[in-house]
Structure formats: structure tokens, C-alpha cells
Write a protein that binds this ligand. Structure first.
Ligand SMILES: Nc1ncnc2c1ncn2[C@@H]1O[C@H](COP(=O)(O)OP(=O)(O)OP(=O)(O)O)[C@@H](O)[C@H]1O
Length: 244
């Protein structure tokens, strides 16, 4: 059974139909990169999977449970699927450790002692165990994004959605974040990433989804998609991103 099943999903903003019938099954442990031009609907698709946007038609289910549209159902969904954004959105007045502890404590009622243990383990995992008591403004952007990853992991999600998580970083900080993602992929975490890091997508992802004008235009293993694009739209996109 797929972990995430997306079936003929349509999404409109006013007259603008942004997702025009997306179907995609994501298996447990798969690492999927979503690529495509600006405005093709990549972020909207991720936000629909996480219930941050409602859908107009179709179905999404996660771990066999259909994505409902009530606030409670969406909240339960967000417990299963974590999301990391371009902006790290850490609380500046809280220490790194508290930033990671707070979601499980508030959302799940995890005890402070348990939340601390989980936070420490996840900060270790992203290479920042020694920064537990530091504050976000004492960290580089790459380190802050790694804290955001630890924060998402602390909710013990079944899948992680990553929306251009390295786009706000200086180039020299990109690799430390991608290394963390690579580690998660190796451990078997299900990952769906919107990314412009083509080399990373090629090396780490099982499948690549090329979106064009609100549709899955091409899909397949990265080698196949990159070396044998079937449509002129993908050929043109690959030409645009060469060297990325
Ligand atoms: N909240 C919103 N209200 C109205 N229109 C929106 C909203 N969010 C997205 N859109 C529109 O939906 C379309 C797709 O946007 P989306 O952000 O999903 O594209 P994208 O492929 O992720 O692009 P980018 O690479 O630039 O982030 C765009 O035309 C955008 O203007």
C-alpha cells in the first residue's frame, strides 16, 4: 500500500486552476523530487498533501487514511506528515532545544523530560547536539535549517515534505543541509522534496516528478528522466537547469 496516495487532485485559486488532476502514489521509504518551472504547482501540491491547502476535487490519503477537510482531520494529518520550508521560522526567543521540544509538548502532550530526550536525539542526528542551549541568532542559516529539520523529526512523522529547503541559504551552506537529508533518505524516511538542486535529485531520489502547468508531465527514475526526456517541455527545463 502506498504511504501517500494522490488521486486526481484538482486545486483552484479563483479562476486559476493550479493543479489539474494530479495522481501519484508514494511508497514507504521513497525519496521523490518534484521539479518544474516556477508556477507549475509544485509548492501547492506539497501544501495539499500536508493539508495546508484544501483540495477542490480528488483524494489524498496518508497511511491508508483519507485526507478529510475538517480542522481536526487536517491536524491529525499534520501529525503524520512533517513539512520543512524555505524559511526556517524558528522562535527567536527560545533556545534551540526549546524550539525542537515545543511542538511535541503542545501538540501531542509529550512530557517535558521525554520531549527533551527526543529533541537531544534529533539535534544529534542533524549534527547540532552541542547547540541545545544556543539561540537561533547564534546559528548560521544552514544550522537553523538543520534545527528546523530536527523540529520536524521530533513529531515522529511518517513522511517529510521539503519545500525548497536550501533556496534561502548561501551556497556554501547548502551541502550541510543536503547531507542531513541524504542521511534521512538512507535511514528509510519517506521524503517528497521540491528542489532546484538537480545534482542532489539525481543522486538521492528514487523518482523524479516533472510538473508542468499543473500536471505531472513526466515521471521516472532520475537517470531516465534526465538522460531520456520524452517531451520538449522537459528537454527545455533540463537545458535551463544544466549545471545546477
Ligand atoms: N494562496 C494563493 N492564492 C492565489 N494564488 C496562488 C496561491 N498560492 C499559489 N498560487 C498560484 O498558484 C500557481 C502555482 O504556484 P506554486 O507556488 O504552487 O508554484 P511552484 O511551482 O511551487 O512555483 P515556485 O517554483 O516559484 O515556488 C501560481 O500561479 C501562483 O501564483
Amino acid at each position: 500500500m502506498p504511504l501517500i496516495a494522490i488521486d486526481n487532485v484538482k486545486k483552484r485559486f479563483g479562476d486559476n486552476e493550479v493543479l489539474k488532476g494530479i495522481s501519484l502514489d508514494i511508497e514507504p521509504g521513497e525519496v521523490i523530487a518534484i521539479i518544474g518551472k516556477s508556477g507549475s504547482g509544485k509548492s501547492t501540491l506539497l501544501r495539499c498533501i500536508n493539508g495546508l491547502e484544501t483540495i477542490d476535487e480528488g483524494n489524498i490519503s496518508v497511511a491508508g487514511a483519507k485526507l478529510g477537510q475538517t480542522e481536526l482531520e487536517l491536524r491529525n494529518l499534520r501529525l503524520k506528515v512533517g513539512m520543512i520550508f524555505q524559511q526556517f521560522n524558528l522562535f527567536p526567543h527560545l533556545s534551540v532545544g526549546r524550539n525542537v521540544m515545543i511542538a511535541p509538548m503542545i501538540v501531542k502532550g509529550t512530557s517535558e523530560a521525554e520531549a527533551e530526550a527526543i529533541a537531544k536525539a534529533n539535534l544529534e542526528k542533524v549534527g547540532l547536539g552541542h547547540k541545545f542551549d544556543a539561540y537561533p541568532d547564534q546559528l548560521s542559516g544552514g544550522q537553523q535549517q538543520r534545527v528546523a529539520i530536527a523540529r520536524a523529526l521530533s513529531m515522529q512523522p511518517q513522511a517529510l515534505l521539503c519545500d525548497e529547503i536550501t533556496s534561502a541559504l548561501d551556497p556554501e551552506l547548502v551541502n550541510e543541509v543536503l547531507a542531513v537529508v541524504r542521511g534521512l533518505a538512507k535511514e528509510g524516511m519517506t521524503l517528497v522534496m521540491v528542489t532546484h538542486e538537480m545534482r542532489f535529485a539525481r543522486e538521492v531520489c528514487n523518482r523524479l516528478v516533472f510538473m508542468h502547468q499543473g500536471k505531472v508531465h513526466e515521471i521516472g527514475p532520475p537517470e531516465e528522466v534526465f538522460t531520456n526526456p520524452k517531451t520538449p517541455e522537459l528537454q527545455q527545463f533540463i537545458g535551463m537547469t544544466q549545471g545546477a
